[in-house]
Design a protein around this ligand. Structure first.
Ligand code: NAD
Ligand code: GLY
Length: 365
C-alpha cells in the first residue's frame, strides 16, 4: 500500500492507495465507526458497479452501512440534491464527530463534501473515489462545491476529508472515455512542474489505459503526492501555488461552456484541449518552443484526448470563447490570470494576458 500524507496541521489526513483496497475498506473504516450505521452516498452507476464490494467489506468488519443513491451526472451537484442529502443526513442523526462516506466520482465527492461542511456546522467525511479524475484530483485537497444557475462550482467550501481510500481496481468498471478524461489530470501534473513524470506518461500511457495495475497505481500515487504537496503549501489558493492546478482550465472552461457542460465534452476532455491551447498560446507569445507544444499535443492525442478546438468539436469564434471566460470564477478586478508555460514542467501564472489577444489566437488556432 502507498500512503500519501496531506499535511495540514490538525486537519491532516492520509490518502491510502492499493489495488483491492475497497474489499478491505471495513478495516480502514472501523476507527471511524459510531453506534449508527455509516451513511454511504453514491450514484446509481457506482451503486451497481462498486457498492456490493464496499457493503461486503463493511459488513465483513462487523459494521453496518446505509446507502443513499443519487442520480449519476453533473446535474446532481445542485441545490435540490444538496437539500435532499442534508435532510437525509439530519434524519440519520449525523453528529459533528460522525463521518459520512462519499463513494463515487468528483460529482459525489464534491456534493457530499459540501453537505458535510454545512450539516451541524460541519461534520466529517471520507472519500472513496471511483473515477481516475477523482482519484488523482478531486478527492484530495478539500475543495467541495455544487453548481449555481450562474455557473459551475460557484457555491462551495474548503472542507478536508478525514481519509481518502483509493482502489485503482474500481477503474475496471469505468467506461474508457471516462478513464481517458481522468488521464488528462494525470498528464497535468507532469506539465505543471515535473518533466520527468511527463516522459513517464509518454512511455506508459498505453499500459495505463489498458488497465495495467502497476502503471495505474504509480500514476495515481505520483499525482496524489504532487497534489498533496501543493495543497499543503497553499490550501486556500492564496499564494498562487495551488492555482497551478488550474492549468488548461481557463481555456477548457470556455470549451465546456460552449458545449453546455454536457456529455459532448467531459471536464477532463476540456482540460486536455485547454492544456494544449495554453501551450499553443505560450508558443504564440514566444515563451515555449513549438517543438514542446507539439509534444504535448501529440501525447494528448495518443491518449485519445482532444488537443485542439477542432478535436473538441468547437467552431465558435475567439470572441465568443473569451466571453465564456469572463464568467470564470478566477476573474479578479476585471482581469483573468492565465496558466501558461515556458516548457514542459515549467508552468507559471501570467497576469498580463490581454483577452483580445487570446481571442485572436483562438481564431487562428
Ligand atoms: P462523475 O462523478 O460524474 O463520474 C463520471 C461517470 O462515471 C458518472 O456517470 C459515474 O456514475 C460513473 N462512475 C464513477 N465511478 C465509476 C466506476 N468505478 N464504474 C463505473 N462507473 C463509474 O465525474 P468525475 O469526472 O469523476 O468528476 C467530475 C466532477 O469533479 C465535476 O463536477 C468537477 O467540477 C469536479 N472536480 C472537482 C475537483 C475538486 O478539487 N473538488 C477537481 C476536479 C474536478
Ligand atoms: N482541482 C484544482 C484544485 O484542487 O485546486
Amino acid at each position: 500500500m502507498t500512503i500519501v500524507p496531506v499535511s495540514l496541521g490538525d486537519r491532516s489526513y492520509d490518502v491510502r492507495i492499493e489495488a483491492g483496497l475497497l474489499d478491505r475498506a471495513g478495516e480502514a473504516l472501523a476507527p471511524y465507526a459510531t453506534g449508527r450505521p455509516f451513511l454511504v452516498i453514491t450514484d446509481e452507476r457506482v451503486a451497481e458497479a462498486q457498492w456490493p464490494r464496499l457493503k461486503a467489506a463493511i459488513e465483513g468488519a462487523g459494521l453496518a452501512a446505509e446507502l443513499v443513491t443519487l442520480p449519476a451526472g453533473e446535474a446532481t451537484k445542485s441545490w435540490p440534491q444538496l437539500e435532499a442529502l442534508t435532510d437525509r443526513m439530519i434524519e440519520h442523526g449525523i453528529e459533528r464527530r460522525d463521518h459520512v462516506i462519499a463513494l463515487g466520482g468528483g460529482v459525489i465527492g464534491d456534493l457530499v463534501g459540501f453537505a458535510a461542511s454545512i450539516v451541524k456546522r460541519g461534520c466529517n467525511f471520507i472519500q472513496i473515489p471511483t473515477t481516475l479524475l477523482s482519484q488523482v484530483d478531486s478527492s484530495v485537497g478539500g475543495k467541495t462545491a455544487i453548481n449555481s444557475r450562474a455557473g459551475k462550482n460557484l457555491l462551495g467550501a474548503f472542507h478536508q476529508p478525514s481519509l481518502v481510500l483509493i482502489d485503482p481496481d474500481t477503474l475496471d468498471t469505468l467506461p474508457l472515455r471516462e478513464v481517458r478524461a481522468g488521464y488528462a489530470e494525470v498528464v497535468k501534473y507532469g506539465l505543471i512542474d515535473d518533466a520527468g513524470f511527463f516522459e513517464w506518461c509518454e512511455a506508459n500511457v498505453g499500459k495505463l489505459l489498458a488497465g495495467d495495475s502497476e502503471a495505474r497505481a504509480y500514476a495515481i500515487a505520483k499525482s496524489v503526492a504532487a497534489k498533496a504537496a501543493i495543497v499543503a503549501d497553499d490550501e486556500r489558493e492564496t499564494s498562487g501555488r495551488r492555482a497551478l492546478l488550474n492549468l488548461g482550465h481557463t481555456f477548457g472552461h470556455a470549451l465546456e461552456a460552449e458545449t453546455g457542460f454536457s456529455d459532448k465534452l467531459l471536464h477532463g476532455e476540456g482540460v486536455a484541449a485547454g492544456m494544449a491551447l495554453a501551450f499553443g498560446y505560450s508558443t504564440r507569445r514566444g515563451e515555449c518552443s513549438g517543438q514542446e507544444t507539439g509534444r504535448v499535443v501529440a501525447h494528448l492525442r495518443a491518449a485519445g484526448l482532444p488537443a485542439s478546438l477542432g478535436d473538441a468539436g468547437i467552431s465558435a469564434s475567439g470572441e465568443r470563447l473569451v466571453e465564456h471566460m469572463l464568467h470564470d470564477k478566477k476573474m479578479s478586478a476585471g482581469t483573468l490570470p492565465f496558466l501558461l508555460a515556458r516548457g514542459i514542467g515549467q508552468t507559471y501564472l501570467a497576469k498580463d494576458v490581454q483577452l483580445d489577444d487570446v481571442a485572436a489566437y483562438l481564431d487562428a488556432a
